[in-house]
Design a protein around this ligand. Structure first.
Ligand code: COA
Length: 216
């Protein structure tokens, strides 16, 4: 398996990547921001994406987005092809894109929003902390991405304060300081994935129950 920074020679995979993302969201029954092949190709051309290939076969992908004039970067669009799941590939891709983000944008805060327990676990192992949406970028273009998600009405209803996704943030200044002070014990950093699953079901209960009532 090869995990590399994508470039324009990988443009031929863009449509397949978008289809795999859309198909997986359908299977999971969750909301997701839609991506176009043209957008994915731009990420490849700008050296802002990581692709995993098994020979010629597409295995996984993730890309970087810069927001708020480079104050924030998001690692988005993580996808592992169903044939390659469950063997640690998402973790390797996230580690690669995180390292690349830190090298390319050393002063930026790195964040993501997700409903996926696997992603929350990987993020927390990388040093991300769960935060409220107000700690994330207020760049309207980032939040515009949520308009294509089927849960967008929740985000609107809460005036962008919360949604089914959990926001997670790596703040380099804070983490470096803590590291220097030896304040973060490895075990403290790791969060129990069961807690994430519970958080997700509480949110679904709160938000989606309200939706049902509204429909009645
Ligand atoms: C989510 C996804 C990327 C995971 O890919 P993967 O290669 O199977 O994940 P990994 O094997 O690297 O697993 C990463 C960690 O998450 C854990 N994990 C995996 N699925 C999990 C789940 N449903 N609940 C809790 N933890 C889970 C794994 O045990 C592993 O932890 P460990 O390394 O401590 O054992 C993949 O299933 C996928 O592409 N799904 C569809 C798209 C998607 O959901 N993208 C994320 C959008 S934010």
């Amino acid at each position: 398996m090869e995990i590399i920074i994508a470039n324009k020679s990988h443009a031929g995979y863009a449509q397949y990547i978008c289809d795999t993302i859309a198909e997986s969201a359908k299977v999971r029954g969750t909301g997701i921001a839609k991506r176009t092949p043209e957008y994915v190709i731009t990420k490849m051309e700008n050296g802002n994406a990581v692709i995993a290939l098994d020979g010629e076969k597409f295995a996984g992908f993730c890309y970087i987005e810069a927001w708020g004039h480079g104050k924030f970067v998001a690692n988005s669009g993580l996808i592992v092809h169903p044939d390659f799941r469950g063997s640690g590939l998402a973790r390797q891709i996230k580690e690669a894109i995180f390292k690349h983000s830190r090298e390319k944008y050393p002063d930026a805060k790195v964040f993501g929003i997700t409903t996926g327990p696997a992603v929350m676990k990987i993020n927390s192992d990388l040093g991300y902390r769960p935060v409220t949406f107000s700690d994330l970028t207020d760049d309207p273009n980032f939040w515009k991405g949520c308009q294509t998600c089927r849960n967008y009405d929740i985000l609107q209803r809460t005036e962008q304060k919360m949604c089914l996704c959990t926001g997670m943030l790596y703040d380099p200044a804070k983490e470096e300081k803590k590291k220097a002070a030896g304040a973060v014990k490895e075990e403290e950093k790791k969060m129990n994935p069961k807690a994430f699953t519970r958080l997700k079901s509480i949110k679904e209960h709160l938000f989606l129950k309200k939706d049902k009532k509204k429909d009645e």
